[in-house]
Design a protein around this ligand. Structure first.
Ligand SMILES: C[S@@+](CC[C@H](N)C(=O)[O-])C[C@H]1O[C@@H](n2cnc3c(N)ncnc32)[C@H](O)[C@@H]1O
Length: 254
């Protein structure tokens, strides 16, 4: 099939999959939440990560097919993941490394506003092409933002929560990135990081490119966040870390 035609077919299939997600208003409570543990680990020396290979190594169509694969709902449990942020009504959420908007468009019906952030213009265009097809009541609750690799380009205290799913490992100089992100989050706001566990899993990048959960916690603490919850059981292939920007001003040495 001609390249342009394949892209159109691919886009059509994904939009067909995404639009129902945007209509789904209730959180599915039947998915298990797993055990949540408080981890008051002190900040430690944090080394900078090995950078991941740039995304987009495969074709755009392959990336879209991967992010929106039918099987993903089984292991990704998007409704359970989103429910970890609590009631999103009246809240603004940033989806950093939004890709096709797998999480973005599932949060739009529940939040005041969702900002789909990415550094890859192709994904920004992709999400914009979904946006124009959204129901009127949702369209204005969503915007895309082309960010920089070292800065999500949030305005000061613009969002109540930031979500990073399968994106954390792609960020270089993560502590500095988190310090910049910290400024864009309102006091008491949250950061939800979900990424792949090590262990040669059937999905996700090779182990050498994954960030261990302890490293994620240390980096968050060093950037000034407190750790609210960690969960290594709720998702088969991924861990969950929920952190908070403290309500009272704390030292954020940026
Ligand atoms: C594996 S995809 C995950 C997409 C989406 N979160 C999901 O779970 O389907 C990683 C995304 O992060 C984006 N990305 C990589 N580095 C980034 C950075 N420094 N800031 C924002 N987005 C980034 C990539 O362009 C890509 O869309």
């Amino acid at each position: 099939m001609h390249q342009d035609m394949r892209q159109i077919v691919c886009l059509f299939v994904v939009i067909t999959l995404l639009l129902p997600a945007c209509r789904e208003e209730s959180v599915n409570q039947s998915e298990p939440t797993g055990s949540m543990l408080r981890q008051p680990t002190p900040a430690a020396q944090v080394s900078e990560p090995m950078p991941l290979p740039k995304t987009g190594a495969g074709s755009f169509e392959n990336l879209v097919a991967d992010y929106e694969s039918k099987d993903r709902g089984i292991w990704q449990k998007p409704n359970m993941v989103i429910s970890l942020l609590g009631d999103l009504e009246g809240k603004t959420v940033a989806d950093i490394g939004a890709g096709t908007g797998y999480f973005t468009f599932r949060m739009v019906p529940r939040a005041k506003k969702v900002i789909g952030i990415d550094i890859d213009k192709r994904f920004i265009n992709f999400m914009d092409s979904v946006r124009v097809r959204l129901d009127d009541r949702y369209r204005n609750r969503f915007e895309t933002r082309l960010a920089k690799a070292d800065n999500p380009l949030l305005k000061p205290e613009e969002v109540d929560a930031a979500v990073m799913v399968n994106t954390y490992g792609y960020i270089e100089h993560r502590v500095q990135y988190l310090k910049t992100l910290w400024k864009g989050i309102s006091p008491g706001g949250e950061v939800l990081i979900i990424d792949f566990k090590k262990n040669n899993l059937p999905v996700g990048p090779p182990d050498e490119y994954k960030v261990a959960i302890g490293q994620v916690q240390r980096e968050l603490l060093e950037a000034g966040f407190s750790i609210d919850k960690i969960d290594q059981a709720a998702l088969d292939y991924q861990y969950i870390v929920l952190a908070q920007k403290p309500l009272k001003p704390q030292k954020n040495s940026n």
